[in-house]
Each structure stands twice: as structure tokens, then as C-alpha cells.
Write a protein that binds this ligand. Structure first.
Ligand code: HEM
Length: 147
């Protein structure tokens, strides 16, 4: 349908540069909720407050997140095939202390990144299409989290 076309079309260019776009997304996330930074081990007592931007752990996680989004975009026609993977991913986040409300904040940050990167192409239907897909991903992760 139309929604899938909007998602695939916009991901075609963004997906080629996953890390820089993921960095925009997670910079926004940590701006919205700086406490999330403490769940990683980027933070040191000394050094500047933005040291995490160049930390390998930060960039690795950004890459992991972008690969999950990439998988979701590739499986728009059969998202249910990712169910077990996403349940397990939710479980892993429960174990590292991420709460499910934070997943919603990642969604907001994803939309922020899309808006920044797509400019004029960021339309209301496109926003809604991404939100719908991300909601399916988060719903599965949250189910795994709560199990
Ligand atoms: C693993 C934090 C959201 C995908 C992890 C780990 C932490 C973490 C601490 C373990 C260390 C690591 O592998 O880097 C967070 C925080 C989030 C968040 C604070 C914000 C709410 C997400 C989202 C996705 C995701 C939304 C995907 C859509 C992954 C993946 C792994 C991971 C694929 C590796 C899991 C494995 O080891 O199999 N995350 N995460 N994360 N995260 Fe996240």
C-alpha cells in the first residue's frame, strides 16, 4: 500500500547512511532523557559531557538499532516473521534496565531524525506510516519485556 511505499522510499537514501542518521536520533534521545545515558557505559567521571558521541559502544548500539529498523523496513509485508527476534530484544532491554516508556521516546527521536533528514519530504502521511511501523516493533519488544 501507500504507507509501505512512503517508508521504503524514504529509507532508500537514509538506510545507506545508517550511522550518521542513527547518531542524530540518539543525540535527540539523550537530549530528551539524559538519564538513559547511564544505562550504557559511555559515561566517565572526567571528560566532556559529549564524550559518548565518539564512544565505540554508542556507535555500535546505534548501528544495532538501525539494523533492526532496516530489518523492519525489509519485512514490511511480513513483520510477524520478526516477532521472536523482537520479543527477545525486549527481554534483553528489560535485563539492561531500559523501561518500555523509553521505547516511545526512541520513536519520537526517530521522527525527529526523519524530519531533519527528509526536509520537505517529511509529510503527515509519511510521519504516520513510520509511526505505525515503529509501533508494531515496539509492541512486540514491550510484550517480550513484560513476559
Ligand atoms: C542492546 C540500551 C533502544 C536495539 C542494548 C544494550 C543496551 C541498550 C544498554 C546492551 C549493550 C549493547 O548491546 O550495546 C538501549 C536504550 C534504548 C534502546 C537505553 C532506549 C530506549 C533500542 C531500540 C532498538 C535497540 C529501540 C531497536 C529497535 C538493540 C539491539 C541490541 C541492543 C539489537 C543488541 C541485543 C543483543 O545483544 O542481542 N540496548 N537500547 N535498542 N539494543 Fe538497545
Amino acid at each position: 500500500g501507500k504507507e509501505k511505499e512512503l517508508i521504503r522510499g524514504s529509507w532508500e537514501s537514509l538506510g545507506k547512511n545508517k550511522v550518521p542518521h542513527g547518531v542524530i536520533m540518539f543525540s535527540r534521545l539523550f537530549e530528551l532523557d539524559p538519564a538513559l545515558l547511564t544505562l550504557f557505559h559511555y559515561t566517565t567521571n572526567c571528560g566532556s559531557s559529549q564524550d559518548w558521541l565518539s564512544s565505540p559502544e554508542f556507535l555500535e548500539h546505534v548501528t544495532k538499532v538501525m539494523l533492526v529498523i532496516d530489518a523492519a523496513v525489509s519485512h514490511l509485508d511480513d513483520l510477524h516473521t520478526l516477532e521472536d527476534f523482537l520479543l527477545n530484544l525486549g527481554r534483553k532491554h528489560q535485563a539492561v534496565g531500559v523501561n518500555t516508556q523509553s521505547f516511545a521516546m526512541v520513536g519520537e527521536s526517530l521522527l525527529y531524525m526523519l524530519q531533519c533528514s527528509l526536509g520537505q519530504a517529511y509529510t503527515a502521511p509519511l510521519r504516520q506510516a513510520w509511526l505505525n511501523m515503529y509501533s508494531i516493533v515496539v509492541a512486540a519488544m514491550s510484550r517480550g519485556w513484560a513476559e
